[in-house]
Design a protein around this ligand. Structure first.
Ligand code: BGC
Length: 475
């Protein structure tokens, strides 16, 4: 079978900074993030929130990027998706830099007008060696014919903005509370400004924030279960974080647009929520889950429409939100859900998630049709071009990945040709095995297996299937 895709389609693999950079040299190891502290903290490990695996013993992409990018190229790719570690660039606080924020009533920054002086001050604080290193990575990717899809923010915060262990102990008393505080939004805006004026025009496409809803839900609503910092379960705080992230996207979107001339988007990770039966209550709970999980944040970040009461309808519309040029979708699995009075999801939704039918190593339900369904739904809701910025499977033995790729891409092709959805590209998660957050190195998503002892990369068989599809060959 030959799976059809349009000419000029973007083919890539995705990685992120924290998950891949460290492990090859002293310089590759960077300790200044909340995630680094969190993953290494003995109490957090003892509580079972994280695996105890050490991100500093990872892939070493920081030094080995040339070989890894060549591997990406060998897959018949024309792009790579990666991210910048904010805290590497700004190792010390940027609080004192003035960027002329315009704030709303409660102090939320809605726009800002940084000046040449703002830039000068940011530059005097920035770690210019790290900046240069990212520049070299981009140049190398270009030199071998890969476009760079850059994510400004893929989860770790500078430690000077978020002390996750203190927050875990007592979120109300902690001082550095990450995305719960509006100052994080402002510092993010300044970081975005600095990057848009430096690396900005070099990268080919920008994503502001990877999956804002996952930061909020995994950290603040299902923190105990997911093991994401700060590991708490508090629904109002979770939606406060989502709200702040929506403001952060708005500011970063506008500034990146202004200085880079590139397309700029935001990414979300919708599971396909499927009602277990067609009973009205199951259907309704699936719709509610979908709304709270993904539409809430997209409505807020893209349209400035906030549903503060979680009623299902926005009760506040903030003007002058910049929007987005595309929506990035990270699709992994189906969640079959049913209404349940006995079970509750996150302590609030009367919902039960049924066990997977076709299970990955993560026990996520493999459901290729879902990529077509979520793509259609998101396109119809926001009418923006779509990139699949992530899609992949935890499959250590590589027993399922080949079919996973084939089936998901056949389904995506149907979204393009049968449903007329403007899908511009697809990035497989991931190029190489990497540090899977709270689960450490146990979950293996790579087209290349990584031996963490020797840092050797070994091509998995499924990589060939991906390569053939990217090259337009039969599979
Ligand atoms: C995240 C990745 C992660 C992947 C698999 C995505 O939601 O962006 O960082 O590794 O899921 O869990």
């Amino acid at each position: 079978m030959r799976i059809r895709f349009p000419d000029g389609f973007i083919w890539g693999t995705a990685i992120s900074a924290f998950q891949t950079e460290m492990g090859s040299s002293g310089e590759s190891v960077f300790t200044g993030t909340d995630w680094f502290t969190w993953a290494n903290d003995m109490d957090i490990i003892r509580e079972g929130l994280v695996s105890g695996d050490r991100p500093q013993e990872g892939d070493g992409f920081w030094d080995l990027y040339e070989e890894d990018m060549k591997r990406a190229k060998s897959l018949g790719n024309n792009a790579i998706r990666m991210s910048i570690e904010w805290a590497r660039i700004f190792r010390t606080p940027t609080f004192d830099v003035d960027a002329n924020f315009e704030r709303r009533g409660e102090g939320e920054p809605i726009s800002f007008s940084p000046s040449p002086e703002t830039f000068r001050q940011m530059q005097s604080i920035a770690d210019l060696d790290s900046l240069k290193h990212y520049e070299k990575m981009i140049d190398f990717a270009h030199s071998i014919g890969l476009k760079v899809f850059m994510t400004l923010y893929h989860w770790p915060l500078p430690i000077w903005l978020h002390r996750p262990v203190e927050c875990h102990r007592d979120i109300l008393k902690a001082k550095e509370r990450g995305w719960l505080d509006l100052r994080t939004v402002e510092e993010f805006a300044k970081y975005s400004y600095f990057i848009s004026k430096t690396l900005g025009p070099k990268a080919d496409s920008w994503e502001t924030i990877n999956e804002p809803e996952v930061i909020a839900i995994n950290g603040y609503i299902l923190g105990q279960e997911s093991g994401f910092p700060p590991g708490i379960n508090n629904v109002p705080l979770g939606f406060r974080v989502e709200r702040n992230l929506a403001f952060a996207h708005n500011l970063a979107y506008k500034i990146l647009k202004k200085f880079t001339g590139r397309e700029v988007g935001i990414g979300t990770a919708p599971p396909y929520f499927e009602p277990a039966t067609d009973s009205p209550r199951d259907v309704e709970i699936a719709n509610t889950a979908r709304y709270l999980n993904n539409e809430w944040i997209l409505n807020a970040a893209i349209k400035g429409e906030f549903d503060n009461n979680l009623s299902g309808n926005p009760d506040e519309k903030i003007k002058d939100f910049g929007g987005t040029d595309y929506v990035g979708i990270d699709y992994y699995s189906r969640m079959r859900v049913r209404y349940s009075e006995e079970k509750s999801y996150a302590g609030v939704l009367p919902m039960e998630i049924l066990p997977c039918e076709n299970c990955s190593d993560f026990n996520w339900d493999i459901y290729p049709e879902g990529i077509r369904k979520v793509t259609g739904w998101i396109y119809r809701a926001y009418l923006k071009p779509i990139y699949i910025l992530e899609n992949g499977i935890a499959d250590r033995e590589d027993r399922m990945r080949g079919n996973f790729i084939k089936d998901h891409l056949a389904s995506l092709s149907a979204a393009i040709y049968s449903d007329n959805i403007p899908v511009r590209g697809y990035f497989h998660w991931s190029l190489i095995d990497n540090f899977e957050w709270a689960d450490g190195f146990s979950m293996r998503f790579g087209l290349y297996r990584v031996d963490y002892g020797t840092k050797e990369r070994i091509r998995r068989n499924s990589a060939e299937i991906y390569e053939k599809i990217c090259k337009g060959e039969e599979v």
